[in-house]
Design a protein around this ligand. Sequence first.
Ligand code: SAH
Length: 230
Amino acid sequence: MLLIFAMITVVECSSQKDAFFYDREKMVELQLKNRGINNESVLAAFRQVPRHEFVLPDYLKYAYTDNPLPINEGQTISQPYIVAFMTQVLDLRKSDRVLEIGTGSGYQAAILSQLCDSVFTIELFESLNTSATAIFRKLNYNNIYTKVGDGYLGWPEKAPFDAIIVTCSPSHVPEVLTTQLAEGGKMVIPVGGGGIQELVLLQKKNGKIRKKDILPVRFVPMLNDSGKKY
Ligand code: SAH
C-alpha cells in the first residue's frame, strides 16, 4: 500500500517537474525576484512556461541563462528579466486583451497568455510565425492569436487593446498603435531604433497619451516589409 502511494507521488511530481524545473526555479529566484520582479502572478507565469521549448536546439542548455539568445532570421528571444520587467509594467488584469508586436520565439506571448484573456501577436517573418504557432499548439496556449504582417500598423480589426507590448525597436512611437490603445490602456515600447534604446511606458488617460522613460534597453530594430528600419 505504502509502495503504491510512493509510486503515485513520484509519477505526479515528475509530470510537473520536467528536466528544467530546477533551472526555471533558479531563474525566477536569482534573475527576477532578486532584481525586483515581485508581482506573484508574473513570477508564477515564469515558473509555469517552459522557456526551453522556445529556444533553438543548439541553445537548449542556455535556455534559462541570464541572456537573450539567437533565434532564426537573425532575431533574438529576449533576456528573461526584460520579458518579466515589461510584463510587470503592464500590470495586466485577467480580462485584458493584449497586442504584441514581434512574436519572435513566442516566449513573451506565452508569458502574457497566462496573465490575461487573450494575446494578439504580429510577426514580420512568416517562418517565425510558423514555429511560434506550432509551439503554442503543442503547449495548448489557446488564447494566443497570431498573424504575419507589419506590426507598425497594429491590428485594427481587433482593436482596442488594454495593453500593447512592442518587442522590436522603432525610432519613434508609431502613432497608429496609440490609436489602438483602449482608454486607461498601457503600452510599453523600446524607442530609438539602433544601439541603446529607451523603454517607454505610455498610458492613455482621458484620450491623452502620457509618456515616461523607464529603462535603457537593447532590442532588434523594427523593420518594414522591405527590410528597412522604422
Ligand atoms: N517577443 C519576442 C522577441 C523577438 S525579437 C520573443 O519573446 O522571442 C523581435 C521580433 O520582432 C523579431 O522576431 C522580428 O522579426 C520582429 N519584428 C521586427 N519588425 C517587425 C514588424 N514591423 N512587425 C512585426 N514584427 C517585427
